[in-house]
Design a protein around this ligand. Structure first.
Ligand code: ZN
Length: 149
């Protein structure tokens, strides 16, 4: 497989993914579904978001290349949301006001209860790490690579 696969005819990244998943990135590369199917049905992504989606999926490719191990979902997605500037911080503020924040330690298990909020919380936490602890992402990836985490 090449580094980037575009599925020009299908409205799915692959046969296992739901239609709302427009892209997928892992250590093998990036897969994207046809841009012509974005914004249809449950897929709320629009074709003009292609740069953000590519950045998000490329970040996953780099993360898996750096970590060489399993990456916690919240950290994996949080870094990708942060680098692609996709964070919806208003969702975190609203959840905080209404007492519906998902605890970080429960985020991976509760991810699919409210994925929009989960992505937003993960992205906000990574932004907090980057803003307050210089070199923190590098340390986490080194820890994941060595099996320390
Ligand atoms: Zn992702």
């Amino acid at each position: 497989m090449g580094c980037l696969q575009l599925n020009e005819r299908a409205n799915k990244v692959d046969s296992l993914s739901p239609t709302e998943v427009v892209g997928f990135g892992n250590s093998e590369g990036i897969k994207l579904q046809s841009q012509s199917s974005w914004g249809i049905g449950k897929n709320t992504h629009t074709p003009d978001q292609v740069c953000q989606i590519l950045t998000h999926e490329f970040t996953h490719y780099v993360e898996f290349s750096l970590a060489k191990n399993e990456i916690p979902l919240w950290f994996n997605e949080g870094v990708a949301v942060y680098t692609a500037m996709q964070n919806k911080e208003y969702l975190v503020r609203d959840a905080h006001k209404s007492g519906k924040l998902i605890l970080l330690e429960k985020l991976d298990k509760k991810w699919y209860d409210n994925p929009d909020l989960a992505y937003a919380e993960a992205g906000s936490f990574v932004k907090f790490l980057v803003s307050n602890y210089k070199g923190s992402l590098s340390e986490v990836f080194q820890g994941l690579k060595s099996g320390k985490f």
